[in-house]
Design a protein around this ligand. Structure first.
Ligand code: NAD
Ligand code: UFG
Length: 336
């Protein structure tokens, strides 16, 4: 019995693959490598000592999916495959809706044809929009997204909920990630963005390694303690381990289970820069820039449901996140 990881060569997928294999689970990967490299899978082989079975294939490709499902005994799927660049999604909405929603619908159809009705979905805190309450609990109503990427998560959540309601053989675990950063402590796998990074931590590490001259801090006039944006950063290895728990959860036939994944602690942009500098002994030149369109002031979660019902709690703190992000970047300045 194997777990299929779509997008399993990506940042979160490769860490999850490592944790699953180390936990004794059997996994098979499919990825079209649109935002990743097969080298990540070689590194996972190195870390786990196990050969990785993988298919270079797209989740929109029904024939490829049929082949994967007929060659493997797959009962559960973790669907990481998605385009995820917020700005690009505004420029290319069709591509985002087609890849993320169209692709996932094809995947779900092939899954049900093969009686594999257990699904873990990578959702995002972005579905809360500008959150009505802080810390954000799962009861907090979904909000208005500011970009097509966010809407793909918002809409797919609804699709999964409706499918499970109509057919209770389905089990859907919807995980709303807050801000994953960090890398495997070995420094062998990590985040490898194409081109100029959009997110804060990869930008910081690229400044630290000298690939970018300085960081722009997007706004210092938010209603937060130091005026800069506050987020709930979590270590990618903790996040990966939450997916192992999600598989265990699926095996209890939960129906539809929705859960936030974060530490419950908010840190500002300035706090992250300061911690990164202190922990790693490097300077991050920065300057204050205007606010970025669509950004909110504060976003952190209540991690209580994850602790009580998923039996998961983040173990790593912000210092370890900064240490491991830098360890990855300095050992792999050009990624894989
Ligand atoms: P990533 O880009 O590193 O990984 C996604 C992987 O999916 C890549 O390897 C890419 O090549 C692959 N992929 C994309 N479209 C595909 C398709 N049609 N068929 C097959 N493979 C395809 O991104 P990540 O950070 O590892 O994110 C994983 C998931 O988590 C995504 O669904 C993302 O939207 C979600 N998520 C990420 C964050 C974050 O901050 N990283 C936050 C919330 C949610
Ligand atoms: N920031 C900067 N400079 C940068 C990049 C970011 O100051 O160069 C600031 C932002 O303004 C924000 C904070 O750093 O205050 C974090 O920004 P990120 O882009 O790293 O993360 P976001 O919280 O904006 O968005 C991320 C993902 C989204 C996802 C969301 C919620 O990019 O896809 O988390 O999970 F939807």
């Amino acid at each position: 019995m194997s777990i299929l990881l779509t997008g399993g060569a990506g940042y979160i997928g490769s860490h999850t693959l490592t944790e699953l294999i180390n936990g004794g689970y059997d996994a098979v990967v499919m990825d079209n490598f649109s935002n990743s490299s097969p080298k990540a899978l070689e590194r996972v082989e190195e870390l786990t000592g196990k050969k990785i079975r993988y298919y270079e294939a797209d989740i929109s490709d029904r024939n490829a999916l049929e082949k994967i499902f007929s060659e493997n005994d797959i009962r559960e799927v973790i669907n990481f495959a998605s385009l995820k660049a917020v700005g690009e999604s505004v420029e290319k909405p069709w591509e985002y809706y087609n890849n993320n929603i169209g692709g996932t619908l094809t995947l779900l159809d092939v899954m049900r044809r093969h009686g594999a009705k257990n699904f873990v979905f990578s959702s995002s805190a972005t579905v809360y929009g500008d959150p009505a309450v802080i810390p954000i609990t799962e009861e907090c109503p979904k909000g208005t997204c500011t970009n097509p990427y966010g809407w793909t998560k918002w809409m797919l959540e609804q699709i999964l909920i409706d499918m499970q309601k109509a057919d209770n053989e389905w089990n859907m675990v919807i995980l709303r990630y807050f801000n994953p950063i960090g890398a495997h402590p070995s420094g062998r796998i990590g985040e490898n963005p194409n081109g100029r990074p959009n997110n804060l931590m990869p930008f910081i590490t690229q400044v630290a390694v000298g690939k970018l001259p300085e960081l722009g801090v997007f706004g210092n006039d938010y209603d937060t303690p130091d005026g800069t944006g506050v987020r709930d950063y979590l270590h990618v290895v903790d996040l990966a381990r939450a997916h192992v728990k999600a598989i265990d959860k699926l095996r209890e036939n939960p129906g539809c289970f929705i859960c936030n994944l974060g530490t419950g602690q908010g840190y500002s942009v300035m706090e992250l820069i300061k911690t990164f500098e202190e922990v790693n002994g490097v300077k991050i030149p920065y300057s204050i820039k205007p606010r970025r369109a669509g950004d909110i002031a504060t976003c952190y979660c209540s991690p209580e449901k994850a602790e009580k019902e998923l039996n998961w709690k983040a173990q790593f703190g912000i210092a370890e996140m900064c240490r491991d992000s830098w360890n990855w970047q300095k050992n792999n300045p050009d990624g894989y």
